[in-house]
Design a protein around this ligand. Structure first.
Ligand SMILES: [Zn+2]
Length: 134
């Protein structure tokens, strides 16, 4: 490794001036370190960058994607409004019915506790009667 080797990345990514690149190319012919590093960078790039899709396929995909995207942007505000109204309506409807439900709940609990009281009282009186027998 020498000072020239530090410029490998610049050369690899095409960031060098043409004159500089030509000089580095000469260095690359003789430097095993740079050749190894260059091969590694090329493999990495090949692994990371998928081969470009054929232009025709890309255009087809874009053509199919565009109307959907336009539709979304066009209807997004309307969709938001519908959602807002739907949620608002849900809350508006939940308001009265929720309190009606809780009234039902109170009377339901009251009827249950009345039954429980009755059962408890009859159990207590049965128990007292049972106790009296002994
Ligand atoms: Zn080198």
């Amino acid at each position: 490794m020498n000072k020239e080797c530090e410029n490998l990345a610049l050369y690899f990514y095409g960031e060098m001036e043409p004159q500089q690149a030509a000089a580095f190319k000469q260095h690359l012919l003789h430097c095993k370190d740079c050749q190894r590093e260059m091969a590694f960078l090329q493999q990495m790039q090949a692994a990371l960058v998928p081969p470009a899709a054929p232009q025709q396929l890309a255009e087809q995909v874009l053509a199919q994607a565009r109307p959907a995207r336009r539709w979304t942007w066009l209807f997004a505000p309307a969709l938001a409004l519908v959602l807002l109204l739907g949620v608002g309506g849900l809350f508006w409807r939940m308001g009265p019915s929720a309190s009606a439900f809780s009234d039902d709940g109170v009377s339901f609990m009251a009827s249950i506790s009345a039954e429980a009281d009755e059962e408890y009282n009859s159990f207590v009186s049965d128990f007292e009667a049972f106790e009296e027998e002994f």
